[in-house]
Design a protein around this ligand. Structure first.
Ligand code: ADE
Length: 225
């Protein structure tokens, strides 16, 4: 999978070099490129934003610069993800859908967001016929300072679903519980007693049927909260 992210803060993406994501890049399972939006400005001040038409607080990111940055990335079969608190809320189902994609572009807006014509432009039929899709996505009902952290969240959730990224693919299989609307059961490891708190007896029983039943009950109870 190829991933591009466009941002005015490329440094935000440093954690992508760590852990399983770093390994997945070394192993060529994913190819991530971060692009600095300011590289596409043509004025001396490298300004990326301007005041909103119609008035109001804040600044809006200029469409020309986004167009310059995005045009060269728009190859056939691409999902352009515009991060905005007004977008469709990201969940595990969307993570699975996007894990099937061959190329994702994350457009990370700051300020009051990106001029609305940018999404509108790439959503036109001439792009759709090349397999270019545009989605506005939010990672939750709160407002971040920009789309960078949201892109990181999505990249982690999506790429861990790709074959070869997780060290232990069984963890993925077991997670199907989560996707069926159940939350996972509580987990314990050694020691058996820690600060007077004991591991539930059933987990020490060796009775796999009883363990599975207990875990299912616990997971269902968590889901009720
Ligand atoms: N930009 C600001 N807030 C956001 C959110 N909740 N999700 C995605 N992008 C954002």
């Amino acid at each position: 999978m190829k991933i591009d992210a466009v941002t005015i803060f490329p440094e935000y993406f440093a954690p992508l070099q760590l852990s399983l994501l770093g390994k997945a890049q070394e192993n060529d399972i994913i190819d991530i490129a971060i692009h600095n939006l300011r590289d596409y400005t043509e004025d001396n001040h490298h300004s990326v934003d301007d005041t909103p038409y119609g008035g109001g607080a804040g600044m809006v990111m200029k469409p020309e610069i986004w167009g310059q940055a995005l045009d060269p990335l728009m190859i056939p079969d691409t999902d352009l993800i515009i991060l905005t608190p007004a977008g469709k809320v990201f969940d595990q189902k969307m993570a699975h859908e996007l894990a099937q994609a061959s190329h994702l572009i994350f457009a990370c807006g700051r300020y009051e967001g990106i001029d609305a014509r940018v999404g509108q432009y790439y959503a036109q039929a001439s792009f759709a016929t090349q397999g270019i899709r545009v989605r506005e996505v939010s990672i939750g009902d709160y407002v971040l300072g920009g789309g960078e952290v949201a892109a990181l969240v999505m990249i982690e959730a999506i790429t861990r679903l790709l074959p070869g990224v997780l060290g232990n693919p069984e963890s993925l299989a077991e997670e199907s519980h989560v996707e069926e609307g159940f939350l996972e059961y509580p987990n314990y490891t050694k020691p058996k007693i820690w600060r007077d708190l004991e591991v539930p007896e059933v987990l020490l029983s060796g009775n796999h049927g009883a363990i599975a039943k207990w875990r299912a009950e616990q997971a269902a109870a968590r889901g009720e909260d």
